[in-house]
Write a protein that binds this ligand. Sequence first.
Ligand code: MG
Length: 309
Amino acid sequence: MKTLWTLALSCCLGGGVLAETDAAAEFARCVAPDAELRKLATGMKFTEGPVWVPRDGGYLVFSDIPADELKRWSATEGLSVFRQPSRNANGNILDRDGRLITCEHSGRRVSRLEADGTLTTLAESFEGRAFNSPNDATVAADGAIYFTDPDYGLRGQEREIDGCWVFRLDPKTKQVRVLVKDFDKPNGITLSPDGKRLYIADSGKPRHIRVLDVMADGSLSNSRVFCTIDPGVPDGIRCDADGRVWSSAGDGVKVFSPHGKLLGTIPVPESPANLCFGGADGKTLFITARTSLYAIDVLVKGHGVPASP
Ligand code: MG
């Protein structure tokens, strides 16, 4: 409680010397000053969408979008191909049963990998019109999938939806609802640990992350700016278990307090597009950045990282 109170006070003070000191101290509680960024793999085209899978000893799945591949990395086996072609897969997340949910650019759909290895289309259109190119997703406690649909992946395909919207998908009924239409390029998306707030990155002109309240019926309200990213744009975002928001940015990964105050930056030599927590203790931060995959051990656990069996 002391930490939260200090952060609240820092926000009220609006960024004076005391607040900056508090931010640095809080960042040091998240990332040790001597923590080392490791390059795990390189030579890829454009990496995105990492997700930690706690089965079979634990491994990471992520996308190389232009290569049309899903990749797999583990500490024991290194890098391999997980799925090819991937329909230019982008964001990946696990559902409540541990199944891989994937946003596909050229597939223009959200798919689910079943236990038997087959792929199920969960959604590919809204009111009869094909999605643009689903980008990233997050899963709520009730299993609902929130996903963004900017037009980055259209690449000459015909546009059918007149905007870049955010949707809610019920995987049981396959019902799709549009939730918000006022983003330029909605991109990374993640829920707060209590599921009451949804963070959505806008990598278009605003370059900010907005936070919205999640209503009991899954709809959203009270949209407001949470933070602005500089340099670069916000793309992939994740919450840690204490509700801080970790965002990709032009110069690395930025960590924000639950109130939107910048605590610090993990510098990364290539601009990150996305990130996730993983590892056996949920305290490894994996970062997909252009041609490479990086990792750094941090001091806090990611929200929603399933424990390894
Ligand atoms: Mg993205």
